[in-house]
Design a binder for this molecule. Structure first.
Ligand code: GDP
Length: 539
């Protein structure tokens, strides 16, 4: 039977999807995310000399004035997608916003990724932000691949690092490569999968790939190293103990994020990156189908669909525009394609799709599952909005994350009460901040909840610039929050009479409970069951 056009198109979509790897880096500030990103681009052939991302970042601050905060603080609130291609594989690295500006955007970006690359500092092990980001990967059951960075510095020995990862995250850590020498003596990597030893020579400032000598026998390689005889013996023994672990790794556990293969190296010196990239291509999954709101798998070769995971307003203050970042979940995207917005049924022509490389925008003519396109948002896009071309579908993939920082805000000007509510409602719909009624509060005040403290600054700035409302901030002493199930009358009754527990609702009517202390939270968990108090809520 001859192949129909549809089959050819379907196959093309699946083939294209297979070539893609869409991933995000999860790490704590200073672990080396920027350095590693740059080196991935260097090894991926996207740049020829490392150093340019930082330069580009610096140049961007000078050139961009989309938001005063960005400049003032010298940080980037922007996230973008870095694309590079190596050996026929197209990588989409979702560049999550940096460090101190940790926010919900960072968490949401992970929902658009098919895998996480966890970067940890060999001296520090798993740190707080890594833990938070990891939780999102766990929630979504996406694979996490670990890169232990800064092995050229004094730190834990590799076995300690593995147990640190296991203890902090409750997963199994399986070595895939192993350092040859630690700290100052770090000089190579034993590839536990390919059973080869790589010895490296540093390049100046790590700007170029490291010169590498590859040995197919451990013994021969070690003979060329500068390790002492006892060190060689220890290493050989260690490797004997661990060399089969990767081969026997629980692949299903890995796919669900319960087992993580671990690579060692130094991003700064370009040590171990060749080994890492060689296997990353196979380990990182190609785009996976997402479940629709009815929990049915939405196949990759269905007609075009995607969801908005990030909205970025006011990139250009002259135009007051808003960019929507869309993760393609199925089908072929073509420039000019007309899509339907699942929430409102409104039609949008997707005529300005961009792919962002650092700050350079390139118009995108076509894209496939796993790709991210940035569209001009027509105003009714929300975080989590679904777009589709032919077959109606709705995704419900972005959970409500639990706010961890709270602030009471009000306006002193009685004439601005309406603007206060309207502005904050708008910002909450855009996903900038969670907005709640203040428990036992009065009309001109609202409670803000965020994942990162910088979100407060963004809100204050935008309320002033866009709604003419100067926010008066007042700290509050909430320690933690948990979302409640939709039908939660019974639970609310049980929690109501505890004076350090407060129940309220966000602007969409989602019930949430606020705790003044860890003790109050523990008590509530005992009373109503931890399974009824959600850290992440999906409608
Ligand atoms: P980020 O905050 O996670 O993006 O971390 P950066 O990539 O900015 O790195 C933080 C600091 O660690 C910088 O001074 C880097 O030069 C340094 N660094 C990154 N990778 C390595 C490494 O492999 N070895 C050493 N010694 N320093 C590194």
């Amino acid at each position: 039977m001859p192949e129909t056009d549809t089959t050819v198109q379907d196959n093309q979509i699946l083939e294209e999807a297979k070539k893609r790897r869409t991933f995000a880096i999860i790490s704590h500030p200073d672990a080396g995310k920027t350095t590693l990103t740059e080196k991935l681009l260097l090894y991926g052939g996207a740049i020829h000399e490392a150093g340019s991302i930082r330069q580009r970042k610096a140049a961007r601050y000078a050139a961009s004035d989309w938001m005063a905060i960005e400049k003032e603080r010298g940080i980037s609130v922007t996230s973008s997608v870095l694309r590079f291609e190596k050996d026929g594989i197209k990588y989409n690295l979702l560049d999550t916003p940096g460090h101190k500006d940790f926010s919900e955007d960072t968490l949401r970006t992970l929902v658009a990724a098919d895998s996480g690359l966890m970067v940890i500092d060999v001296a520090k092990g798993v740190e707080e932000q890594t833990e938070k980001l990891f939780e999102v990967c766990k929630l979504r059951q996406v694979p996490v691949i670990t890169f232990v960075n800064k092995c050229d510095r004094p730190g834990m020995d590799p076995l300690e690092v593995l147990s640190n990862v296991e203890n902090r995250l409750g997963i199994e850590a399986i070595p895939a490569s192993w350092p040859v020498g630690y700290g100052r003596k770090f000089q190579g990597i034993y590839d536990l999968i390919g059973k080869e030893l790589h010895l490296y020579r540093k390049s100046k400032h790590g700007a170029q790939k490291a010169e590498t000598e590859v040995f197919s026998s451990l013994e021969e390689g070690l003979a060329e190293s500068t390790l002492s005889e006892p060190e060689k013996e220890d290493l050989t023994e260690e490797i004997l103990l661990i060399e089969d672990m990767f081969e026997n790794m629980d692949r299903e556990g890995f796919k669900k994020g319960e087992v993580s293969p671990v690579f060692f190296g130094s991003a700064l010196n370009n040590f171990g990156l060749d080994v890492f990239l060689k296997y990353f291509q196979d380990l990182a999954p190609s785009p996976q189908p997402y479940n629709d709101s009815e929990e049915h798998e939405h196949n990759l070769n269905e007609p075009f669909s995607g969801f908005v995971f990030k909205l970025q307003a006011n990139m250009n203050p002259d135009h007051r525009d808003c960019a929507a970042f869309v993760r393609i979940t199925s089908g072929k995207f073509e420039r000019g394609l007309e899509a339907t917005h699942a929430g409102t049924g409104k039609k949008v022509r997707m005529s300005t799709p961009h792919t962002l490389m650092g700050d350079e925008r390139n118009i995108m003519e076509e894209a496939y599952p796993g790709d991210i396109v940035s569209l001009f948002s027509p105003g009714f896009f929300r975080i989590g909005s679904t777009l589709y071309s032919d077959n109606p579908v709705k995704f419900n993939v972005i959970p409500l994350f639990t706010p961890e920082h709270f602030m009471k805000v009000s306006t002193k000007d009685p004439f601005k009460r309406k603007q206060l509510r309207e502005g904050l409602k708008q910002l909450s719909e855009e996903g900038v901040v969670h907005v709640f009624e203040v428990p036992q509060g009065v009309g001109n005040e609202l409670l803000l909840g965020t994942v990162g403290v910088l979100q407060f600054d963004v809100v204050t700035h935008r309320m002033s610039a866009e709604y003419g409302v100067e926010l008066h901030q007042q700290p509050v002493s909430y320690h933690a929050a948990r979302w409640l199930p939709n039908e939660s009358e019974d639970i609310i009754k049980k929690l109501e009479n505890n004076y350090s527990t407060h129940i309220t609702k966000d602007m969409e009517g989602n019930p949430i409970v606020l705790f003044e202390s860890g003790y109050a939270l523990n008590q509530a968990e005992e009373k109503v069951g931890a399974e009824n108090l959600f850290k992440y809520k999906q409608d």
